[in-house]
Every structure is written in C-alpha cells, then in structure tokens.
Ligand binder design. Structure first.
Ligand code: PHE
Length: 443
C-alpha cells in the first residue's frame, strides 16, 4: 500500500471525521426548518425511521465499499467492478456533492456574518421583529452574502488542500462534546420559557394530517443529507481507514449522534418559536432568527452567542470539507502532489456555481425554477432526487454485486445483525427509495 495516501491514525480519528461530516447544517439548520414546514411531529418520526432503516444500512455500505477499495468514490467502483458501469454512481455523487456544496457555502457564509455580528455585539437587545429583519437584511445584501460565502469557501479549500485528517482529530475531540453541552443548555432555557410546551407538542404529539408521500420524501432526503449518505462522502472517508478497523460501530455512532443533535436542535428552536410568538414554518431563516432570540434570554447571552457561532462554524466546516474532499480526491487519485491545485480549482468552480443561490434571496428572488427559488431548487434536487438515486445505486451494489461471503466478512457482525442489514440493503432501502421517489415524480 502506498505510504503517501492519507490515513486516519486511530479509530477515534475516523469516527470524529465521519461524525464531523454528518453533523452540520443538516441537523442544526435544515432539520428544524424542514420539520417546521412539514408540520413537526410526524415528519420527525419519519426522519428517525428513515435514518435508522434506510440511511444507516447505506452508511454501513458506503463504509464497506470505501474501506475495501481504498480509493476515491469513482475509482472505488472501477476497482471493485472493473469494466462495469457502477463507477457512474461515483460520478453522480461527485456532481451532487458539488451542487450541495454550492449552496452549503452560502449558508456557511451566513454563519460567518452572524459570527461577525455576535463579536461586534450587534445580535442582542432586539424585539421579535428585530431578529427577522436582521436576517432578511443580511440575505438580501448581495455584497455581504457573496463576500461571506467566498470567505467560507476559502477556509474550506484551505483546509482540504492540506489533507483531510490534519486537525480534524484534534478539533473534533472537544468540538462535538462542546456542541452537545451548548445545545443541552440552550434547550433547558428554551423549554423553561412561558408557553414552551406548545413547541414540545409540535415536536412529539403526532398530527397525522401531515402524513403523506411528500412528507415522507422530505424526511428521506433529510436523512440522507444529514448522514452524508448517497454522494460517496463516506466512501471517500472510509478509504482512508486501515483495513483492520471495524466500521459498524462507527456507523451506529454517527447515526445516533446525528439524531440526538437534531432532536436537541429542535428542542432549542420549537419551544422558543411558540413561546416567543414566531411561526415554525418560515423556511431557511428559522434557526438564524430564533437562536439570537434564545440567547437574549440567557445571562451572559451576548458572550455565549459568540462561542456558539464559533462551534457552529466548526461543525459546518467539518461537513463542507468532506463535501469538497469527494471531488478533489477523484481528481487527485494517486498523484498526491496535485492535491493543492485541485482543491483550489474545484473549490473556486463550486463557489462560482453557488453565486446564483446566494443571490436568490435578494436580487434574483423573482427567478424561479419549477416554482422554487434557485436556492430551494438546488437544495430540493440534491436531497430529494440526487442523494436517493446515489443511495439506491450504492445499496444495490453491495446487495447484488458483492457475494454474501464478502460482505459478511467485511462487516463482521453477529449473524442475526448481519441478516437485518442484508434485508435492509437488499429490499427495504431500494424498494422504499423507488416507491417514494416514483410516487412523488408523478404526484
Ligand atoms: N451531512 C452534512 C450536514 O448535515 C452535509 C453533507 C451531505 C456532507 C453530504 C457531506 C455529504 O451538514
């Protein structure tokens, strides 16, 4: 094995990197606002089911493919299935992950803008309208939004050009626990506001009128998005894992942590939404509007909010770097000296591709594709079409291309657990993805 290929030095390093990729805007930003627009409880239940029954088995499959092939998402399929078209699934992942990063960078930029406002103490002391206006002023200001997006992409590229494992292990060790602690504190504050109980009901008392195929597709898309499944991110990361490390426990850890952070984020946002008189269904701005309002209710909130946005920035960067890493590793292949060059080229192209999304809340807010803004359209197409397609291909690959003896050996699970996984990737996941997608296509 080549000595130049990056490798995680420990299992902890790998879990932190994989969890770092998964836990990010999906759990903290997208989960609350998608749950908010999909009626809350039923959506949350479906999200958890999709994560465990469909996302987790496919996450294990991506780990399996990556660790076995020790190669990027495209080469992995060429190695494992020579002269077969499976590598096209890798290219689909490259395309979809690049599109995700194009708008991810925009939201990353918003976080930088908020961090700047927090540091300069402009975030506190407002009324409810104040926080709404703050967000809409920001997203409709093209200069600030694009500048912040560029800065966020610059940081992402800068980290990726040096190789992925540098820093993740050190930063991840304290970042994840710190983030958990912050969310628990915030949830306690939010839950003790007057009227908070309405938010808890919104999250946990099912309103079955929201149970339909569209809600199901949104839950499935979010499960993939927030587990980083379906674009080859986890194939890429697992390729840096020595063959001796086990993968199943890592997959379980990633899945439960992701659900836990999502629910915690919900417990911060929804009680406050109802207690402070906001609407849960206001879309991508939800978290940015509610969080400063919650911090305002906390002693030393204007200082803590700075720490919080720093942590949020870290969580977002560990995801954005995994998104960029997918494409960069495909181009770098075994030519390690070219990593720097490709990180810059790919990163800059993706930044430019994201500019229309950045503008779609301001100057280009009238432009719509299939009734959605540019930002929403790319978000929808990646999470609800691209990721399910990629996930379908990966699950079919491990289910029907690999022999049972291979997967059994690679996963090294007790027999009943192995067969549960096997039924999930052979039948449950593919059939569910096909039914949900096809139904929504013709609905
Ligand atoms: N899971 C990441 C998040 O929730 C986003 C992501 C998707 C990262 C796909 C990598 C691949 O923020």
């Amino acid at each position: 094995m080549s000595s130049n290929r990056d490798q995680f030095t420990s299992k902890l390093g790998f879990i932190l990197a994989a969890a770092g990729s998964a836990i990010g805007l999906g759990a903290i930003w997208k989960f609350p606002y998608t749950a908010g627009t999909n009626g809350g409880s039923v959506f949350i239940l479906l999200f958890i089911l999709c994560t465990l029954l469909i996302g987790l088995p496919i996450l294990m499959s991506e780990f399996l493919i990556g660790r076995r092939a020790q190669a990027d998402a495209v080469s992995a399929f060429k190695k494992e299935a020579p002269n077969k078209p499976w590598f096209l699934a890798g290219w689909l992942g490259v395309l979809v992950s690049a599109l995700i990063l194009s708008f991810y960078g925009v939201v990353g930029g918003w976080i930088l803008s908020y961090l700047f406002r927090a540091v300069t103490f402009q975030l506190d002391g407002g009324t409810e309208e104040h926080y709404g206006a703050l967000f809409s002023d920001l997203i409709s200001n093209p200069v600030e939004v694009i500048f912040a997006q560029a800065l966020f992409m610059f940081i992402t590229i800068f980290i990726v050009q040096g190789g992925i494992k540098g820093g993740i292990e050190r930063a991840g060790k304290w970042m994840m626990p710190a983030l958990f602690i912050f969310f628990i504190l915030l949830a306690i504050r939010s839950l003790t506001l007057d009227g908070a109980i309405e938010g808890v009901k919104f999250m946990f008392v099912p309103d079955w009128s929201y149970f339909n195929m569209e809600t199901l597709l949104n839950a499935l898309g979010l499960a993939f998005f927030s587990l980083s499944v379906g674009v080859g991110a986890m194939i890429t990361y697992a390729s840096y894992l020595p063959k001796t490390e086990t993968i199943t426990s890592s997959a379980f850890n990633v899945a439960w942590m992701n659900i836990a952070i999502s629910i915690l984020a919900g417990l911060v946002i929804f009680p406050a939404v109802f207690a402070l008189g906001y609407s849960p269904a206001q879309g991508p701005g939800l978290v940015f509007i509610i969080l400063p309002a919650v911090f305002e209710q906390i002693p030393l909130g204007s200082v803590l909010v700075i720490v919080f946005f720093v942590l949020l920035l870290f969580a977002t960067l560990t995801s954005s770097m995994s998104l960029l890493e997918i494409t960069v590793s495909v181009f770098v292949k075994d030519n390690y000296a070219s990593r720097r060059k490709y990180a810059w080229i790919v990163g800059i192209v993706i930044f430019i591709a994201g500019i229309p999304s950045a503008l779609s809340f301001g100057h280009w807010s009238d432009v719509s594709i299939m009734g959605k803004s540019i930002f929403d359209f790319i978000d929808y197409m990646t999470a609800n079409v691209g990721m399910p397609l990629g996930a379908l291909a990966f699950s079919l690959f491990v289910a029907y291309y690999y022999k049972t003896s291979i997967t059994q050996n690679e996963l090294n699970l007790p027999t009943p657990m192995y067969w549960i996984w096997r039924v999930a990737v052979c039948f449950v996941a593919p059939i569910a993805i096909i039914i949900i997608s096809v139904y929504n296509l013709f609905a």
